[in-house]
Design a protein around this ligand. Structure first.
Ligand code: ATP
Length: 513
């Protein structure tokens, strides 16, 4: 199965099992907007709790807030979003399709990488065991030529983006002979800047309505509350403010399912530090955040850092944590050193002093900020794409299983009476009544036990509990493990302890310390 096929299957699976639905589907959906179903919302809530508790509970100096989506419009002038939150767009005149100019070029670059990889694979076949890929990459004239072309284009693009040179961006597209994937032609318009913020009106028109924006990031809600939290919480630098909330971006090209949405959710933490110490903190947060991802057990090699060459208008250092999705390594989280740009500008635009008095140095200053910013939806996609597996069993049967880390699984256990009579359903309900205070548990009495197992595998339930006639006699049940499929006989009175040990967040948190 190719990665593309795998991804298609995953998207279909998400819909079939109630994880993600297209928004307003009965009206044929709305571009790049999605709804979470009964399973998706549980997974999403668990991811949020993993993040929230790891930030606010495991760190004495991080507290949370929940700011409004609507903010005073001046906020977005101060933050630079009104002036500079743009993507370069280009249209193909034949297909009338719109693209991000930088993404077209990035796709071309990725194709060169694929070409190089194909050359290496071909050579490996030719040379067999003696093949040394590293040596081949550094000596094969064809590979070197493609790599040089690729590097030159990457450099031109970075410079054009940095210089805001839209004519040059278009020229690169022409020079690389990039065609529209729909029309196959090179009939491109000029490149234009496109602001990604959604706007709406607040107040009645008669009163003179104000244009306000749907926030494109949650961070600004934290910055404008810096003094409120610092003073009321008696916080001392360094300290952080965490927030989870919706953000909105009118993305030009929305692709790859919930990877790029127009309405999405962010988990952001702004860490305020003394100027001059920001690089040390930036490095520390890089390490801490990578640990958080890796604790999920999806394989260390599936993550990498990608340091930014083009820095955003507010940053003096930035890196992305990238995860290997079925469509390649892509950003799930950004870790940015934002300097004093935001607080400094809010001070300027609002006319209110936003400073911190440092009791250690006896000075007042605008703190520097290191931000960690992660998309909840991209995390959901990370978990699902790492967890989705199609397995052939020894019995010859096949199963689709989501091996979601147990603490994040939507349903923790399903209780199943072997038959629908003889008092077995009653006992099953009694077990659920006891477990439901601590865990999300389901009841299922329909179809064969095998079929019921498959249904739970497909939504990633770590445990299935079968109640049979022996249960009535000796108070034991069969406990089946999702991953090993092993079954063991355990006492009903031990169930809660066994399940709690496996599905508790504690085991993840312990890996972070
Ligand atoms: P990209 O380069 O993919 O557009 P970005 O660099 O603009 O992302 P940031 O502004 O750093 O993203 O936002 C922080 C995080 O918010 C990202 O790492 C991502 O997880 C999430 N995010 C950003 N835009 C979207 C979106 N359109 N849909 C879903 N998640 C998003």
């Amino acid at each position: 199965m190719t990665q593309e096929e795998l991804f298609k299957k995953l998207v279909a699976h998400c819909k079939e099992y109630g994880f993600v639905f297209p928004s307003s589907e009965i009206y044929d959906g709305l571009g790049a907007v999605y709804d979470y179903g009964q399973m998706g919302v549980e997974l999403k809530n668990n991811i949020k709790r993993y993040w929230w508790d790891s930030m606010t509970r495991l760190n004495d100096n991080i507290v949370g807030i929940d700011a409004a989506i609507f903010m005073h419009p001046r906020t977005w002038e101060a933050s630079g979003h009104v002036g500079a939150f743009n993507d370069p767009l280009i249209d193909n005149r034949d297909s009338k399709k719109r693209y991000r100019a930088d993404v077209l070029i990035e796709d071309w670059i990725a194709k060169q990488d694929e070409k190089i990889q194909k050359e290496c694979d071909k050579a490996r076949k030719r040379f067999g065991d003696a093949f040394n890929e590293e040596q081949y990459r550094s000596t094969s004239p064809r590979v070197l030529e493609t790599a040089a072309k690729r590097d030159a284009v990457l450099e031109r693009m970075s410079k054009a983006l940095n210089d805001n040179d839209l004519v040059e961006l278009r020229q690169i597209i022409l020079d690389c002979e990039i065609v529209c994937p729909i029309s196959g032609t090179r009939n491109w318009t000029e490149v234009r800047q496109f602001n990604l913020m959604f706007s709406t009106q607040m107040g009645s028109t008669a009163d003179g309505a104000n244009t306000i924006y749907l926030r494109p990031e949650t961070a600004q809600g934290i910055f404008v509350n810096f003094l409120n939290v610092q003073k009321t919480g008696r916080m001392k630098l360094p300290f952080g403010i965490a927030q989870i909330g919706k953000a909105f971006r009118n993305e030009i090209v929305a692709r790859q399912f919930i990877f790029r949405m127009r309405e999405f959710e962010q988990m952001e933490m702004q860490f305020f530090v003394r100027p001059g110490t920001e690089m040390e903190w930036w490095n520390k947060w890089k390490e801490t955040r990578m640990k958080w991802h890796r604790a999920l057990g999806f394989g260390d090699d599936n993550y990498r850092f990608h340091d930014h060459e083009k820095l955003a208008h507010y940053a003096n250092a930035a890196t992305d944590v990238e995860f290997k999705f079925p469509f390649g390594f892509k950003e799930v989280e950004g870790i940015h050193s934002r300097t004093d740009f935001d607080l400094g500008n809010h001070q300027k635009f609002s006319g209110k002093k936003i400073q911190y008095f440092d009791p250690e140095t006896g000075e007042s200053y605008v703190p520097y900020v290191v931000e960690t910013s992660i998309g909840v939806d991209r995390m959901v996609l990370q978990v699902l794409s790492a967890a989705y597996k199609e397995e052939k069993l020894e019995s010859g049967e096949e199963r689709t299983v989501l091996s979601i880390p147990a603490p994040l699984a939507p349903v923790k256990a399903c209780v199943m009476p072997l038959v629908k009579k003889d008092g077995l359903p009653e006992l099953a309900h009694k077990i659920i009544a006891d477990l439901r205070f601590d865990h999300n548990v389901q009841y299922d009495e329909k179809d064969s036990i095998g079929k019921r197992y498959r249904r739970q595998d497909a939504i990633g339930t770590p445990f299935c509990i079968t109640v049979d006639h022996q249960s009535l006699e000796d108070g034991t049940v069969t406990l089946r493990d999702r991953d090993t499929m092993e079954q063991s006989r355990v006492a009903i009175s031990d169930l809660n302890t066994i399940i709690t040990e496996k599905v508790g967040m504690k085991q993840l948190f312990e890996k972070l310390l």
